[in-house]
Design a binder for this molecule. Structure first.
Ligand SMILES: Nc1ncnc2c1ncn2[C@@H]1O[C@H](COP(=O)(O)OP(=O)(O)O)[C@@H](O)[C@H]1O
Ligand SMILES: Cc1ncsc1CCOP(=O)(O)O
Ligand SMILES: [Mg+2]
Length: 294
């Protein structure tokens, strides 16, 4: 079912060429998809109360394992036991104690050399959110998974280039990915990691190379947690692949699953169910042979 009669959204732009069918990056992406399904890795999550269940279900549906909590101490225990191979931190719903717990979880990951993924939901809104995001400047994430508004706001909070006065705080994207490119580059260069900016066309960048990923479904904007769960699944992939490959595999897996779900959905409820099924059923080859404009 199409949403066209209800909604109009930006399309983003796709430049440059689709990378070759036999590009080694595609083989790495397929290997990451297989590795998650073969090894069921655990990425621990400190994520918001609205979408915590959907994040866990999406991690399971791609083949990973889920464990949710809100404790720096628990993060250290899971890391030191070797149980969790990556950490996901999502800023959606904050409590006062997260002021110390979230930076502690990030610090533990960095000190142990484990990847961590940040979803700076609502960056730019509120003192507590700003304080915690500023603290992450000392222990930067391996991958930032965000929408365009959040990329621009986070660059501003960290005093990097690319901050833009057009940015508006909130949990939904208002800026197209093109407006967020300077911020995404600045964030990737500062962290030495990867930035994955979602939208109608997704952008994944390591600060040097940009990859644009078209496709997916506008129904993704009509269920809560599409972005949050993409962050969790990005962490799942970070358990088995280098950051660039993890971010690409997760975003492409999402786009192909959303394409499939849209073909059978009759509304947001059936779309969400079909999307989880499609995460499970989409093949490694379908994901790795997606359009990747780089
Ligand atoms: N207009 C759209 N068309 C197709 N896919 C979209 C669209 N908007 C977002 N998505 C997809 O939805 C997922 C979540 O992205 P987004 O909605 O930007 O995150 P957030 O909920 O954090 O703002 C991503 O997989 C993205 O590709
Ligand atoms: C609605 C809402 N409010 C606080 S967190 C949250 C979920 C945001 O989820 P997403 O960014 O994935 O749409
Ligand atoms: Mg979001």
């Amino acid at each position: 079912m199409s949403l066209d009669s209800h909604d109009s959204t930006g399309n983003g732009t796709v430049a440059a060429g689709n990378i070759a069918v036999n590009d080694p990056l595609r083989a790495e992406i397929a290997a990451a998809v297989d590795a998650v399904r073969d090894t069921t890795p655990l990425a621990q999550s400190l994520t918001n109360f609205v979408t915590i269940n959907f994040v866990a279900n999406a991690q399971l549906a791609v083949g990973g394992t889920a464990a949710m909590h809100y404790s720096g101490e628990e993060a250290g225990a899971l890391d030191s036991a070797g149980a969790s191979k990556a950490t996901y931190i999502n800023m959606g719903t904050l409590l006062a104690e997260f002021r110390t717990e979230y930076p502690a979880a990030a610090r533990d990951a960095v000190e142990r050399g484990l990847p961590w993924v940040l979803d700076p939901v609502g960056a730019g809104a509120g003192e507590l959110r700003g304080e915690i995001l500023r603290a992450f400047h000392e222990t930067p994430p391996t991958i930032i998974r965000c929408n365009a508004s959040e990329a621009i706001a986070l660059a501003g909070i960290w005093g990097l280039d690319g901050a833009d006065s057009k940015s508006r705080a909130g949990v939904e994207a208002h800026d197209e990915i093109d407006a967020a490119i300077p911020a995404a580059h600045a964030l990737a260069r500062f962290t030495g990691g990867v930035v994955s900016v979602s939208g109608a066309v997704d952008l994944v960048t390591d600060g040097e190379c940009d990859f644009r990923l078209p496709g997916g479904s506008v129904w993704m904007t009509k269920i809560t947690g599409a972005g949050c769960s993409l962050g969790g699944v990005t962490a799942t992939y970070a358990c088995v692949a280098r950051p660039l490959v993890a971010a690409l595999a997760a975003a492409l897996h999402y786009n192909r699953a959303a394409d499939s779900a849209e073909r059978v959905a009759e509304g947001p409820g059936s779309f969400q169910v079909a999307f989880l099924d499609a995460l499970w059923n989409t093949t490694a080859d379908e994901i790795a042979q997606s359009p990747i404009y780089g």
